[in-house]
Design a protein around this ligand. Structure first.
Ligand code: PAF
Length: 295
């Protein structure tokens, strides 16, 4: 496995593979967990060469967010990548050594809801760094987790809208045994907060279950989810049902559009997010009770 902080070295290593082998990129901010590893494994199955980027991108953190305290665990991350047969770790020290890029991306509209409301500028920062990483690595495909559904959607739409020549592949959310979605920020939770945090997936699962039983009114489904959150003393930043592609609000579930239920909440000092697909009468999704979820 090659580890390099240098763009020129990365490109030199990739040059012989271009056009002959499929190159996959898994962009990360490090602090790797099973969720990331499942993305790496997916990349491994789909490509010949797997590049993992590890870079805590300052552009996507707001002034009062956790940029300075964001966990940096490079040695452990590199060991995990080695076990997963990663070919190259790209670990730049600073992609903006000369200051913020003179031209950056601005996400139009898709960031004016959900996480974008509480984190102004966040998705502009994500889109800009992801475009930079795509330009540096020039992968055939890149893998992103469904846990960050709004990010995944924005990246899919960016890639399509800007005619970027690569495929975006989505990886399933990986959950702890009690349903909590894996996240680098889960390590901020103390034991009591960790127990409360399971309320997010419980609320989403309850909404799925009610929809599967035939309820199609999204206001009713959201009210049901809110009750479940309140039972765990969780006040959501948002709990909503949105169109899976446009992120527009959905009033009623129908067989014509695919919808997602999405939630964000602060628990202790962690801001956690999660989402699930919503079933509709003609295409139910399998419901798994949180207690039964396996890794
Ligand atoms: O999901 C993340 O870890 C980050 O937002 C990403 C995509 C690596 C960009 O910094």
């Amino acid at each position: 496995m090659i580890i390099t902080p240098q763009t020129a070295e990365l490109r030199r290593q990739l040059a012989p593979m271009r056009g002959r082998e499929r190159i996959a990129l898994v962009p990360t901010m490090g602090c790797l967990h099973e969720g990331h590893l499942s993305l790496i494994r997916k990349a491994r199955r789909l490509a010949d060469t797997v590049v993992v980027s590890i870079y805590v991108n300052p552009l996507q953190f707001g002034p009062n967010e956790d940029l300075d305290s964001y966990p940096r665990t490079f040695e452990a991350d590199a060991a995990l990548c080695e076990t997963e047969d990663v070919d190259i770790i790209f670990h730049p020290q600073n992609l903006y050594a000369d200051g913020p890029p003179p031209v950056s991306l601005c996400v139009a509209g898709l960031d004016r809801c959900l996480c974008g409301t509480a984190r102004p500028g966040h998705f502009d920062g994500v889109a800009t760094v992801v475009a930079i990483l795509f330009n540096i690595v020039q992968p055939d495909l890149a893998v992103f987790g469904e846990k960050d559904w709004q990010q995944l959607t924005i990246i899919r739409r960016m890639t399509e809208g800007l005619y970027m020549p690569l495929e975006i592949v989505a990886g399933d959310t990986v959950r702890e045994a009690d349903g909590l979605a894996m996240s680098s920020r889960n390590r901020y939770l103390n034991p009591a907060e960790r127990r409360r945090a399971t309320g997010l997936y419980r609320a989403l699962s309850a909404m799925q279950k009610l929809a599967k039983a035939g309820e199609t009114c999204c206001a009713t489904l959201v009210a049901h989810g809110r009750e479940r959150l309140a039972a765990q003393d969780i006040e959501a930043e948002y709990l909503d049902i949105r169109d899976a592609w446009s992120l527009e609000p959905v009033a009623n579930l129908s067989g014509n559009r695919s919808a997602r239920a999405l939630v964000a909440a602060r628990i202790g000092r962690a801001r956690l997010i999660d989402n699930v697909p919503m079933p509709h009468a003609s295409a139910p999704v399998n419901h798994t009770e949180p207690e039964e979820v396996s890794r």
